[in-house]
Write a protein that binds this ligand. Structure first.
Ligand SMILES: *Cc1c(COP(=O)(O)O)cnc(C)c1O
Length: 375
């Protein structure tokens, strides 16, 4: 057995879409990106979606949308991937690391409130593993304090929480289509909002400052607007080379169709893990998973003898991981670190188990058996 921790689930549908882009001979920023953006906006129920080349880029631009004065502070969980906090640094802002809720491992709302001060301008909740942050509490609090809310949705894709899809609760939501996520475009990301005014410069910011649709320009060569000055553009904002391209969007359009089925399969696997690991001494689920209500990018456990168990599973051909070493412990971030005592200690017990849509029942059973057999 050789069981991967994560694996993209891609096949003929994605290849067919890529082939169509090849036949059109348009593989950069183009019609597939436009279509994927429209489909994604519909899928999550947002006014607008803008495709970029990663969630890291999405987070960078999302913060940039607000033009915060340099040196202001942004509240971020310590227990997240580096990009949540590097996006703060890219914008010349200061991350304030918040401890985790002991039960869900999401951003701890009490610690968040305790660490808030007048210099804070935004908060970036991460729906850790896919489990919802209590947005019905966080958003009204942030509004009252005048904070902007950017949701890092890299671990969720389409989950409904109290009547709204995660990613549409805050001012801006950022999704990841990196290959280990719930659906993939190889690398890619999407940013969404219900406040179109916020996104007035985003198309320019993702493409070196130019707000112009080359695909539409190319079409206009053949229509009645023959004397339009097709070469004209203006650069008004500082932009980056962050656009999604049509090959990525070709994959994304096929993946989006499969996403509900892939999410359902992940939920099935999580239920099997939960049932199979019940009552195993020294092992408990990472968080109170609700696989019938939400979609999860990760499944994991908290284990008393974590390191030994990980090495035991490795010897059986089972990949495991640790998501994450809290950012407040990383050398880059220690100058900003604020006491995140709970998660810094608890992270030594966390391990991630294989979870992807192509995992077979036999493979899941094999993982469970080998955890149960560990003495
Ligand atoms: C993966 C991830 C990101 C970054 O996504 P990319 O698309 O790889 O840039 C951001 N935040 C979290 C929580 C992630 O897991």
């Amino acid at each position: 057995m050789n069981i991967r921790l994560f694996k993209p689930s891609v096949g003929q549908e994605e290849l067919d879409n890529i082939k169509a882009a090849f036949e059109r001979s348009w593989i950069g920023l183009g019609p597939n990106v436009n279509e994927f953006e429209e489909e994604w906006a519909k899928f999550v129920g947002s006014e607008i979606a803008i495709g970029v080349n990663s969630a890291t880029a999405a987070l960078h631009l999302a913060i940039a949308c607000f033009n915060f004065p340099k040196g202001k502070k942004v509240l971020v969980p310590s227990q997240t991937f580096a990009a949540t906090a590097t996006a703060v640094l890219y914008n010349d802002l200061v991350p304030v690391f918040v401890d985790s809720d002991p039960v869900t491992l999401g951003i701890d709302l009490d610690d968040m409130k305790a660490k808030y001060d007048e210099d804070c301008v935004a908060v970036i909740p991460v729906h850790y593993a896919g489990h919802p942050v209590p947005m019905e509490v966080l958003v009204p609090w942030a509004k009252e304090k005048g904070l902007r809310v950017i949701e890092d949705c890299a671990h969720t894709a389409g989950a409904m929480y109290k009547g709204k899809i995660l990613g549409t609760w805050g001012d801006i939501g950022c999704y990841s289509f990196e290959e280990k996520k719930l659906m993939t475009t190889g690398d890619g990301g999407m940013m969404v909002t219900n406040d179109p005014e916020l996104f007035k410069d985003v198309k320019a910011m993702r493409w070196v400052g130019i707000d112009k649709d080359n695909w539409k320009t190319a079409q206009s060569y053949t229509d009645e607007k023959r004397d339009a000055m097709h070469w004209f553009y203006e650069i008004n904002v500082l932009g980056y080379k962050y656009n999604m391209n049509d090959l990525a969007a070709a994959i994304g359009l096929a993946q989006l169709k499969k996403l509900p089925a892939m999410n359902a399969r992940r939920s099935e696997i999580i239920q099997k893990y939960m049932d199979g690991l019940q009552g195993v001494e020294g092992v408990m689920p990472l968080l109170p998973f609700e696989p019938s209500n939400y979609c999860y990018q990760m499944f994991g456990i908290r284990a008393d003898r974590r390191d030994e168990l990980m090495i035991h599973l490795k010897s059986k051909g089972i990949a495991t991981g640790c998501h994450y070493t809290p950012l407040s412990m990383q050398p880059l971030f220690t100058p900003y670190a604020k006491d995140c005592g709970f998660i810094e200690a608890e992270s030594e017990r966390l391990m991630t188990l294989p979870l992807h849509a192509d995992l077979t029942d036999e493979e899941v059973e094999y993982v469970i058996e080998n955890i149960r057999a560990f003495k």
